[in-house]
Ligand binder design. Structure first.
Ligand SMILES: [Fe+2]
Ligand SMILES: [Fe+2]
Length: 218
């Protein structure tokens, strides 16, 4: 794995993120690398994806909404940094840090929503984000306990928590989250899983076509 991107990522993090967010990211790195070693994923890929996952979390609304509009991510992503920051981060990882590994880019892109058919690396980044040592919220201990036992069980529990919270707030629940829940509920089969909703071609998120030219700030 080419690790020459690490210095650039660290530099960007220093510039873009608060100390608290950097501490969170370090926690995700630590948790994700440990999980990768335990579960047989590539620890270097886990490290890179974890470092990148929140790099756009502190973009202001103007910048993020411009990104969302420019890339036609849809109205649900406007004024919704919780969803949009992962898509922006996948693109920054690709264009600014030269990361081309699709599994790393997907792990970054789906770290908030999850999705049906998640790879092992995607699951690792998703659950490391939710359970890293600095996380402190009701239910996090139950997630950590589930994770000791089975990563799929922990992912499902976390996704259900997200769904319940989002719906209780009467906010938009991303289709990917609902589909991920249904997929984990049938045992997370590696292939041949049904998709509840037939997606239009345009619905599929494609970070290869994103345009960020005017939004890069170094
Ligand atoms: Fe995030
Ligand atoms: Fe995060």
């Amino acid at each position: 794995m080419d690790m020459t991107c690490i210095d650039k990522i660290d530099e960007y993090m220093e510039y873009e993120l608060t100390e608290k967010r950097i501490r969170h990211t370090e926690g995700v790195v630590e948790t994700a690398v440990a999980l990768a070693k335990k579960l047989g994923a590539d620890p270097d890929k886990a490290l890179i994806a974890a470092k990148c996952h929140d790099i756009c979390r502190k973009w202001d609304d103007e910048r993020m909404n411009a990104f969302v509009t420019l890339n036609q991510l849809g109205d649900a992503y406007i004024d919704n940094i919780n969803l949009s920051h992962s898509k922006a981060a996948a693109h920054v990882a690709k264009v600014a840090f030269g990361i081309s590994d699709e599994d790393i880019l997907n792990a970054i892109s789906y770290h908030t929503t999850g999705r049906a058919g998640m790879s092992l690396l995607e699951k690792i980044i998703f659950i490391a984000d939710a359970t890293e040592p600095n996380r402190d919220y009701p239910g996090v201990e139950a997630l950590r306990e589930a994770l000791e036992e089975d990563i799929d069980k922990a992912c499902l529990l976390s996704l259900q928590g997200t769904r319940d919270y989002v719906l209780s707030q009467e906010k938009y629940l991303d289709d990917d989250t609902q589909e991920a829940i249904e997929w984990f509920e049938i045992g997370a089969p590696t292939e041949g899983y049904p998709k509840k909703k037939e997606k239009e071609e345009d619905d599929e998120f494609d970070f290869n076509n994103l345009d960020l030219t005017d939004l890069m700030m170094f």
